[in-house]
Design a binder for this molecule. Structure first.
Ligand code: NAI
Ligand code: MG
Length: 482
């Protein structure tokens, strides 16, 4: 922590972890049972904040994927498809309640396995995951009202692949609407953050959900590819990198599989001179440093109107000095650990690229722990559209700053990017907000706020950010045929 800007310090406030039950080894959750992987292989998941091993989890091969898909198919045909929707809803509701009951343990495990600050896993990830189950439980028996005049039908087996930035939340985003619409599921968490999905498997087992309705298997990209390529899968839901999204898109071409892809982003966060500046600075901080910047909709490109740029940048720098980087389990921590060694290396390589591109790099003067994967909050000042650090997704606590003079200029710059997931606008004027929201090619535009989520609100992208919507009524449609 920077001693100069502080005359006092926070005492450590670590969240207890003795109540979090992590097994030494996890098998695959298939057909309501824990099944050994047929290849007998396991891999470690570590705590990125101290590099210690937390557990080892099974690596599913093609044979295991086949077993999981068959179990989901069987459960679909024999039980789930036939069950009255109001009965289905009760199970979904029960899972929501059980997530709430175990929220403390889930939050601690999420922070240990992935590095995010406990404040975020406790107040954002876990409650929102429960809310998605609550919300979709409500839709299960009202699908005909959701799509008036149409006859919605479930699809069958959904293969769902999720990333490491919001592990339990992304699992909830995918499982809840699939179940509400009468589909069965095979889900794979990311290799660096499998533990909360496996805890969810325990919850599902205890909830009495019929065997095989949800199967949770672990593994790397190969496992995900085997799920995508399995001939008996009807629907693929993927959140992750644009590169893998493109591979999936090619793999399903010519098949009947329905697909939704939620991929990368490089959002513009736009601050006009009439914005409430202090509030905007908070929004900039939240936009890029939330979850270490491992956020597909992160406000990673800041656009500031030229006449307030000096003020905004100077306030932003002094606000950054107060951010506490360190132990994810400390309740005072603002920025936790970078999810993996690979991701830290990727971020560092972009810090080098930006400097080689001639940009000024500003980092807060905080100290970072000697062990574990950490990165100081960073700004690239004086960036231009052509810079790689402006065009490419860094997925870390790194913000580029550009200035603009007119609305037309900022709209053009904001849209001139391969991605189109989200954007932010800061201004006092409602008409400016409406003008921008209609012209920015982004799935979500936040006005005078950033990174706000709600299960009732659809989320998804344009262009290389993918297609399809998750959340809200819109999030039901990709799991239905009409
Ligand atoms: P990734 O896209 O490789 O991983 C996401 C999930 O896809 C994981 O569960 C992974 O096991 C699975 N997967 C990998 N290859 C697959 C394949 N061929 N077929 C099916 N599933 C496959 O992302 P990765 O490598 O972890 O991160 C690389 C970069 O991607 C990050 O630096 C970041 O820029 C971006 N990313 C974006 C995310 C987003 O939410 N938009 C989430 C995660 C990563
Ligand atoms: Mg881990």
């Amino acid at each position: 922590m920077n001693k100069e800007s502080f005359n006092w310090e926070y005492a450590p406030a670590p969240e207890a972890k003795d109540h979090a039950k992590i097994k030494k080894q996890y098998d695959l959750f298939i057909n309501g049972q824990w099944v050994k992987p047929s290849g007998k292989k396991y891999f470690d998941t570590i705590n990125p904040a101290n590099e210690e091993k937390l557990s080892e989890v099974a690596e599913a091969n093609e044979k295991d994927v086949n077993l999981a898909v068959n179990s989901a198919r069987n459960a679909y045909n024999k039980v789930w498809k036939k069950m009255p929707a109001a009965e289905r809803a009760k199970y979904i509701f029960r899972i929501a309640r059980m997530i709430q009951e175990r929220s403390r343990e889930l939050a601690v495990i999420e922070s240990m396995d992935g590095g995010k600050p406990i404040r975020e896993s406790r107040d954002f990830d876990i409650p929102l995951a429960a809310n998605h189950f609550f919300y979709y439980a409500g839709w299960a028996d009202k699908l005909e009202y959701a799509f008036p005049g149409k006859k919605p039908n479930s699809l069958g087996v959904a293969a769902q692949i999720v990333p490491w930035n919001f592990p339990l939340l992304m699992a909830a985003w995918k499982i809840a609407p699939a179940l509400a619409t009468g589909n069965t599921v095979v889900l794979k968490p990311a290799e660096t953050t499998p533990l909360t999905a496996l805890k969810l498997a325990e919850i599902i087992q205890e909830s009495g959900l019929p065997d095989g309705v949800v199967n949770i298997i672990t593994g790397f990209g190969n496992t995900g590819a085997a799920m995508v390529n399995h001939p008996d899968v009807n629907k693929i839901a993927f959140t992750g990198s644009t590169d893998v999204g493109k591979i999936i898109q090619k793999a399903v071409a010519g098949s009947n599989k329905k697909v939704t892809l939620e991929l990368g982003g490089k959002a513009a966060n736009i601050v006009f001179d009439d914005a409430p500046i202090n509030q905007a600075v908070e929004g900039i901080v939240n936009g890029i440093f939330f979850n270490q910047g491992h956020v597909c909709c992160a406000g990673s490109r800041l656009f500031v109107q030229e006449n307030v740029a000096e003020e905004v940048i100077s306030k932003l720098k002094s606000r950054m000095e107060t951010l506490i980087v360190g132990d994810p389990l400390d309740k005072n921590t603002d920025i936790g650990a970078i999810n993996s060694k690979e991701q830290l290396e990727k971020i560092k390589s972009y810090l080098t690229i930006g400097q080689e591109e001639g940009l000024e790099l500003y980092q807060s003067s905080c100290l970072i722990p000697g062990k574990g994967y950490f990165c100081k909050p960073s700004l690239f000042i004086g960036a231009a559209q052509s810079n790689r650090v402006v065009q490419e997704e860094i997925f870390g606590p790194v913000l580029t700053i550009q200035t603009f003079r007119t609305i037309e200029e900022v709209i053009e710059k904001a849209n001139n990017i391969p991605y189109g997931l989200s954007a932010g606008v800061w201004t006092d004027k409602g008409s400016k907000i409406f003008n921008l929201t209609s012209q920015l090619r982004a799935g979500v535009v936040w006005a005078n706020t950033y990174n706000k989520f709600d299960p009732t609100s659809p989320f998804g992208g344009y262009k290389e950010s993918g297609f399809g919507r998750e959340g809200g009524l819109h999030g039901l449609a990709p799991y239905l045929s009409f």
